[in-house]
Design a protein around this ligand. Structure first.
Ligand code: SF4
Length: 464
């Protein structure tokens, strides 16, 4: 399959438009149960960490603080300029690390990937980043770490901050940008001159960060076809990041309070939004960026592009990744981890987080222990989202089942989407077509057992 070729079939996209999960996990987080508690988690952890765990794990640390509010934002964040709040949060992060470490029997677990997300982790001071990294080093062995990454908000990142990250061993940064048009920035309360973003990127490149990435959003208020084309051209020609994530703005003011301050009449029409997306992906393809999947693009020499080509691409909570499916320990409010055969999510507010840790309890809100059917479907959805194909004999050997008997209704659905051009079916599997790659969630959701009823879809974002 030629993954550089872009086949944006507007008619097909319009016909297949629906809401669907993003499948950063399966089952998706909204299926996690409140019955999954500290006891269940401790059993899972014991199963994994009591044995001589040899393969490295991943770590995620959530820093929920930001200093200003971007109106479009749907993240779990706390807007504050009160540094004392951060000081307290770090004390409790230390308690959470120590609680987990009690289960490691004095071993320092090897880590392959460490990711700081938020909120705005770059709202931390240099000293606070150092404090967290010391904590990580106390309990984990980072000498195996292939990737140490942080999400940056260029508006408050100094050159010294980027240098400090580099000295701490960080090798990847992703920068929130969204749109370079001043009118759009003003409408979403995120004024960010190009020079600020360029300065941070230049610093990261000069120091030798392995990869830089930029997040953009289409569908924001006052975005126009020409205006966003100009943003994309500047990103390609001036900022030149190795990776670009181009997200669809989901306007759900009933869920996200700050979005009530965005007027619906200022948003681009759905037809304009689709044209903005089409123009963007075609411009990126012409500039040599590879379409990785869903909303991710990368230059050919980036690890994501290489992983796409050699079939090793993965998907986890941070989106597309090059790391094999590892256990992931997640720290901080609302963070989601995966240990053994279970997902877990921490409590979402500071008070509950502090209360659990004061009581010497893991701050777990909910989770799910995957049964055999979940594991089979999780693997299949991962294959579809990352390899864009499925081989039935491989699934049969791996899970000891007969594909055609196990997935009767799914096979009927696959035939239906073949007729409209999303996939092509062969004797022993199917391959997603180039035009179907934009609708990959439509293909993956066929195997989602939890999506029984149409009304279930309302909770997810639009596929395009
Ligand atoms: S977009 Fe980022 S910086 Fe803005 S409010 Fe949300 S988490 Fe904070």
């Amino acid at each position: 399959m030629n993954y550089t070729k872009i086949d944006f079939d507007r008619e097909l996209i319009e016909r297949c438009q629906t809401n669907a999960p993003r499948y950063t996990s399966y089952p998706t987080a909204d299926r996690f149960s409140l019955e999954f508690n500290q006891e269940t988690q401790l059993k899972q952890l014991a199963k994994v960490f009591d044995n001589e765990l040899s393969e490295p794990i991943s770590l995620y640390i959530h820093i929920p603080f930001c200093n200003t509010l971007c109106l479009y934002c749907g993240c779990n964040k706390i807007i504050t300029n009160n540094r004392a709040l951060i000081t307290t949060y770090l004390e409790y992060l230390a308690k959470e690390f120590a609680l987990y470490a009690e289960l490691f029997n004095g071993r320092k677990l090897p880590v392959v990937q460490l990711h700081f997300g938020g909120g705005s982790p770059s709202w931390l001071s240099i000293a606070e980043v150092h404090q967290i990294m010391q904590l990580v080093h106390r309990y984990f062995d980072l000498s195996f770490a292939a990737e140490i990454a942080m999400e940056l908000d260029p508006r408050h990142v100094t050159d010294e901050f980027v240098e400090a990250l580099y000295s701490e061993g960080f090798n990847r940064v992703s920068l929130g940008v969204q749109d370079l048009d001043y009118k759009v920035q003003k409408a979403v309360n995120r004024i960010q001159p190009l020079e600020e973003t360029l300065r941070v990127l230049n610093k990261a490149n000069e120091l030798g960060f392995k990869s830089t990435s930029i997040d953009l959003i289409y569908g924001l208020p006052f975005q126009t076809i020409d205006g966003f084309a100009s943003t994309i051209d500047t990103v390609i020609n001036v900022l030149k990041p190795a990776r670009i994530a181009l997200f669809n703005y989901a306007h759900i003011p009933q869920l996200f309070m700050s979005q009530t301050r965005i007027r619906e009449e200022d948003l681009p029409s759905s037809s304009d939004k689709l044209t903005i997306l089409q123009e963007s992906v075609e411009r990126l393809a012409r500039a040599g960026y590879k379409f990785i999947g869903m909303d991710h693009f990368a230059v050919p020499e980036d690890e994501l592009s290489i992983a796409l080509d050699n079939g090793s691409l993965q998907r986890n909570f941070q989106g597309y990744s090059t790391f094999a499916d590892t256990h992931m320990l997640a720290f901080g409010v609302s963070s989601i981890g995966f240990v053994g055969n279970s997902y877990y999510q921490n409590v979402k507010d500071l008070d509950s987080y502090y209360r659990s840790l004061d009581n010497h309890q893991l701050p777990i809100l909910r989770g799910i222990l995957l049964n055999q059917d979940d594991l089979i479907r999780r693997y299949i959805i991962q294959q579809i989202m990352c390899q864009f194909k499925l081989n039935y004999p491989e699934i049969e050997n791996r899970f000891m089942l007969e594909f055609k008997r196990y997935f009767v209704s799914e096979l009927e659905e696959l035939q239906r989407i073949e007729e409209i051009g999303l996939i092509s079916i062969s004797a022993d599997g199917f391959t997603v077509s180039n035009k179907g790659r934009f609708l990959i969630r439509n293909v993956a959701m066929i195997f989602d057992k939890y999506l029984q009823k149409k009304r279930d879809l309302a909770r997810y974002s639009k596929v395009i």
